[in-house]
Design a protein around this ligand. Structure first.
Ligand code: BES
Ligand code: MN
Ligand code: ZN
Length: 480
């Protein structure tokens, strides 16, 4: 969908030229070849360089490019990578199938390689669309070419990896349940590993019997009412000397709520976004050949009802033998995550990061553009926040306090309760998972219930899956 080429010389193509300009610019270098006509247009306020404004200029043969797109970069004094990304939100296949970027016009005061990377990433991400189930396909083919003196090869390659991984993540999330069951996801994971062609990668899929043999009673409880088999997906990448880091993704292929049935369950195909995210990150880590040990763990199932289904008041026994009273069968994600983090620690992982569409409460608290972060290690939390900043994905830390820890342990009939009522919903989910983390394991939890799927995009992003946190987690691991 996206192809990138680094050109050092100006070519004689008629494809559009894309050029960045700041507010209050009155002369542009390119204008010399256009008989100073841009100057006139600026003077007459017929074009402007407000952030994100796209001005389409026909060049009538004065330069080889038929069209010049002047992109508004906003205020020069405030220019940053974030501002650059913002300026590009509407640059996509609709402008043409091949765009030639004058890199220097975008990189004022910034690093050329990083600017090229951000251009590819941003346009790649905004150029995405999901048409698997449409009979009429749109071709969003887009080639980006860069006119620059710099050698951008490795920067562009890495950016393209990122776009591909994020798009793969979004494809998985956008697929309806009848296109992607737990077994299909397991197959995808195996296929991904095979395609990476790396003997440092190993994969194992556990079936229902093998999951039972591991003692994962919480995970199996969620699957009880489903006719589809659960799958435990375990991928390993070994290329370091430290204890492995585990990435655990919530893999609820569909969440109906179970007998605590959701009133509105539309879009709950997105409840496996955590799993899709960690698969995207895994792909990147292997391509980048990061010098780390990484393990990926996904407890994949759907949450449905039949005569066998889990009931409120049931008590489940997790892999670590802790018992859980089911207050709501709709608080199912934490059940699967409990067993997943136990499994991660049993594998010897020293750090566990789980990512999950866990609570509606986090959406109420932080909205659709901010991911909630919890954890037991302030240094790691700080690093994750910094990675989010660098990746231009907003994250906010939320608390786990003793009050909520106590509530999670307030069941009269079991060690833990899976739901604690209306207040502090996001923290309650986090505190529940935390109860399965043993010292000295470092642990973080990212709640992406609000950020992973956008039904009314407010920032020009495509409808549906966002691929949020792939960039941040990649950046976090790069810094390790
Ligand atoms: N998958 C949902 C959370 C969710 C909500 C994801 C909105 C995406 C958008 C989760 O399994 C859930 O149902 N959580 C319950 C927990 C409650 C019963 C303690 C919730 O948030 O209502
Ligand atoms: Mn639920
Ligand atoms: Zn759920």
């Amino acid at each position: 969908m996206l192809e990138i080429i680094n050109n050092t010389k100006r070519t004689t193509t008629n494809k559009p030229l894309v050029y960045g300009a700041f507010e209050k610019t009155d002369t542009l270098a390119i204008d010399a070849k256009l008989d100073d006509e841009l100057k006139e247009l600026i003077k007459k306020e017929q074009i402007s360089f407000k952030l994100g404004k796209i001005n389409k200029i026909f060049t009538f043969g004065k330069i080889s490019h038929d069209v010049l797109y002047l992109i508004g970069l906003g205020k020069k004094e405030e220019y940053s990578y974030e501002q650059l990304e913002e300026s590009l939100r509407e640059v996509n296949y609709k402008l043409g199938d091949e765009l030639h970027f004058d890199l220097a016009s975008f990189s004022l005061g910034l690093n050329d390689e990083e600017v090229a990377k951000r251009i590819v990433q941003t346009i790649g991400i905004y150029n995405y669309h999901y048409d698997e189930c449409l009979s009429e396909k749109t071709t969003n083919q887009l080639k980006l070419k860069f006119i620059s003196e710099h050698n951008l090869k490795s920067a562009l390659e890495e950016a393209l990896w990122l776009v591909t991984a994020i798009d793969n993540t979004r494809d998985l999330v956008n697929k309806p349940y009848n296109y992607l069951s737990a077994s299909d996801l397991a197959e995808y994971a195996l296929h991904l590993c095979a395609s990476l062609e790396d003997d440092k990668v190993t994969a194992r899929i556990y079936n229902k019997q093998e999951i039972a043999d591991l003692g994962m009673g919480a995970f199996l409880g969620v699957n009880k009412g489903s006719t589809a088999e659960p799958k435990l997906i375990h991928l390993v990448y070994q290329n370091g000397s430290q204890k492995p880091i585990a990435l655990v993704g919530k893999g609820l292929m569909y969440d109906t709520g179970g007998y605590s049935l959701k009133q509105s369950m539309n879009n709950m195909k997105d409840d496996m976004a955590g799993a899709a995210t960690v698969l995207g990150v895994f792909e990147l880590v292997v391509k980048k050949q990061m010098p780390i040990n990484l393990q990926l763990i996904i407890c994949a199932t759907d949450n449905r009802i039949n005569g066998e289904a889990l009931l409120p008041d049931d008590v489940l026994t997790a892999m670590n033998k802790k018992t859980i009273e089911i207050v709501s069968t709709d608080a199912e994600g934490r059940l699967t995550l409990a067993d997943a983090v136990c499994f991660a620690q049993k594998q010897g992982c020293g750090e566990v990061i789980d990512i999950a569409t866990l609570t509606g409460a986090v959406v109420v608290a932080l909205g659709e553009y901010t991911t909630g972060l919890f954890g037991n290690d302030q240094k790691a939390i700080k690093q994750m926040l910094e990675a989010g900043k660098k990746a231009n994905e907003e994250i906010w830390e939320l608390p786990i306090n003793d009050h909520i820890r106590k509530q999670v342990r307030s069941s009269k009939v079991a060690d833990l309760t899976n739901s604690t009522g209306r207040t502090m919903g996001a923290s309650s989910g986090a505190a529940f998972i935390e109860a399965f983390i043993d010292k000295p394991t470092k642990w973080m939890h990212l709640d992406i219930a609000g950020t992973s799927f956008h039904t009314s995009p407010a920032r020009k992003e495509p409808y549906g899956a966002t691929g949020v946190m792939v960039k941040t987690l990649y950046q976090y691991l790069l810094n390790q």
